[in-house]
Design a protein around this ligand. Structure first.
Ligand SMILES: C[S@@+](CC[C@H](N)C(=O)[O-])C[C@H]1O[C@@H](n2cnc3c(N)ncnc32)[C@H](O)[C@@H]1O
Length: 248
């Protein structure tokens, strides 16, 4: 039964893969978003160091490189051959990063073999990440750290949109196909069920507005983001949510 589920997931990912799209191009002109994400990771890892980190769904290694500041060894786990080919070039001067073609739901690593897991911008590909959370709990050491970022379905503007119609943002995703955004309370419940405690929450990319970016510029935007990430976290304000989780 579990095998059938994993196979279905693999098929789903391959179907949603667009070989024409170069994810590296997506980041041109998004220096604020990239820096805001590194800021969140730095904040959540607070100068800790790790032996072995995995960047699950790490794409071409944009954040795997950054993870080498915190971990002796980093494994970039990625199901797309196209992304892994770009990673080979992007990471050519970063020998600490190993690249593996794998799915998040089937990491093919021993139990309790890594002490840090990073997942950023991947959950929009998964309608129900329960199998992936179970697999991450399996490979993490007890007490290990899991940093998760996901698109927030219950961000402030969406709550307003529902609120004016006298409704609440549904706890289950409405989307029929990817990209999926998720309700933070649903994700946190799934994480608890998989054996994780939430230690810290941050609100991410709070100023994701092309107009603001033009008016304020990157440095002012980042100064504001620094203050807003923890301040707006209790409101789940921004379009992305960051969690630092501890495996029980
Ligand atoms: C938007 S990219 C994010 C890449 C990277 N995490 C970053 O933030 O730069 C999403 C990545 O998730 C990968 N992905 C999709 N489904 C996956 C799955 N089931 N397991 C692991 N990775 C997956 C895709 O191949 C893609 O490279």
């Amino acid at each position: 039964m579990a095998k059938v589920k994993t196979r279905q997931l693999v098929r789903k990912t391959i179907q949603t893969e667009n070989s024409e799209f170069n994810y590296q191009d997506f980041w041109v002109g998004r220096e604020y978003e990239h820096a805001a994400e590194e800021m969140a990771i730095k904040r959540l890892l607070k100068g800790q160091t790790f032996k072995h980190a995995i960047d699950v769904g790490g794409g071409y290694g944009r954040l795997s490189k950054f993870l080498t500041k915190f971990a002796d060894k980093v494994t970039l786990v990625e199901p797309s051959q196209q992304q892994l080919d770009i990673a080979k070039i992007y990471l050519k001067d970063v020998p600490q990063v190993e690249r593996k073609m794998l799915q998040a739901a089937d990491l093919k690593m021993p139990n309790s073999s890594v002490d840090l897991v990073l997942i950023v911008r991947v959950l929009h590909r998964l309608s129900d990440p329960k199998p992936e959370f179970g697999e991450i709990a399996r490979v993490l050491t007890p007490g290990g750290t899991f940093i998760l970022e996901f698109a927030n379905d219950a961000h402030f503007l969406n709550r307003l949109r529902y609120g004016v119609r006298g409704k609440k943002v549904p706890r289950t995703t409405n989307a029929q196909q990817a990209p999926y955004s998720h309700h933070p309370k649903t994700i946190i419940r799934l994480l608890h069920d998989a054996g994780f405690d939430v230690e810290t929450i941050l609100s991410g990319s709070n100023l994701r507005s092309p107009r603001l970016k033009k008016v304020l510029g990157k440095n002012i935007m980042l100064g504001l983001e620094r203050v807003l990430q923890p301040m707006l976290a209790p409101l789940y304000f921004g379009p992305s949510v960051w969690l630092r989780l501890r495996k029980k």
